[in-house]
Design a protein around this ligand. Sequence first.
Ligand SMILES: *Cc1c(COP(=O)(O)O)cnc(C)c1O
Length: 247
Amino acid sequence: MSSNEGGPGLAERLALVRQQIGEAASAADRSSDELTLIAITKFHDESLLRELAALGVRDFGESRHQEARDKAANLADLDLTWHFVGQIQSKKARQIAAYSAVIHSLDRASVADLLGTTLSSSPETVLKAAASASDARPPVDVFIQVNLTPDPARGGATPGDLEALAEHVSGLAGLRLRGVMAVAPLGEPARPAFERLRLLSAAVQRIDAGASAISAGMSNDFADAIAEGATHLRIGSAITGFRPVQR
Ligand SMILES: *Cc1c(COP(=O)(O)O)cnc(C)c1O
């Protein structure tokens, strides 16, 4: 992109990030095979996503519904996997699930209910819901976003609400609980925050053994996240370069 003229190019930045991921994984005695790199491309043009796809990136993350929907439609020829990482408006939830393979930012039961079907409903209700699901689709993988800060304005369920929400989500058909997601708080070291996330992940795994994934780690803190067990890295600017102002 023009804002990165003169610096290393996209291919070099991607290669460097992959190398650093590999180094952080070996330092933590982990294999990079356990790690999924998601390129966060919010506000970038589709041409940049096409370049990344040509460099072998399959997983893309977006945070705005309209932008994500348009990119998924316009880049359908590339057969990419779409991850939604932004705040979810209730009235957009089902639309987001229509193109997203993975939703990282589930933070409340009411949205989970819009995405799934209650297993304890009568068989008739379940059948009716299934039949009326005009967007008949495979189950959506979801992460529950946890707020690691005391500020309720930041996205995510509070740690205190996490276990009840995990239990609720596990009981819904049409959703597959993959694990927990968080953004490191500003103004404190990331590593101890990710350590708290690892403990919260363990609590969720006692509720649903399959929910063992941890979505954590951005451009400035992915090595700390890998050290604390992250499996899904959401890396934007370290790969894409400076992010354009939002459109
Ligand atoms: C933008 C964003 C990222 C990527 O941030 P970078 O600092 O550019 O790597 C990761 N996760 C979420 C939820 C984001 O909104």
